[in-house]
Design a protein around this ligand. Structure first.
Ligand code: ZN
Length: 136
């Protein structure tokens, strides 16, 4: 059901400034960017071996990421788990009483389908399920 860690999401206030840290400073490289309208964020993916860092910058003041930045500041926002079948995964979690933010999959970056689990049910860690498209 869960294949691997797809990516680790990091909330940032300013993408350009964050890229200067993660590319110029740390030495990672952005391989893809996207804007996710449903989440009101701009994202950049930086591969690290099997997994990736996902930098998330809000595009609007009412973006969930803008709210996160306001409350918690910059930092790790979520850990994304790659699943083969997101509907099946959500149904199983619901059955087990796991608290979900998204009961149904929503559109993620690069044609993926995603759903967030509520951090209150998972020890304060927000988990994202992601079913990757063929372009991932
Ligand atoms: Zn993510």
């Amino acid at each position: 059901m869960i294949e691997k860690i797809s990516h680790i999401g990091i909330a940032v206030k300013n993408m350009q400034e964050a890229l200067s840290v993660f590319e110029d400073g740390i030495g990672l490289e952005v391989t893809s960017t996207d804007e996710v309208k449903a989440q009101k964020v701009r994202v950049a993916f930086l591969p690290v071996g099997e997994t990736r860092l996902e930098l998330l910058e809000p595009t609007q003041d009412d973006s969930p990421i803008a709210k996160f930045l306001e409350n918690r500041g910059e930092g790790i926002h979520h850990i994304a788990l790659k699943v083969t079948n997101i509907e099946e995964s959500l149904a199983k979690l619901k059955e087990k009483g796991v608290k979900l933010i998204n009961e149904e999959p929503v559109a993620g970056a690069h044609g993926t389908r995603i759903a967030f689990l509520h951090p209150k049910g998972t020890k304060g860690v927000m988990l994202e399920l992601v079913e990757e498209g063929e372009h991932e």
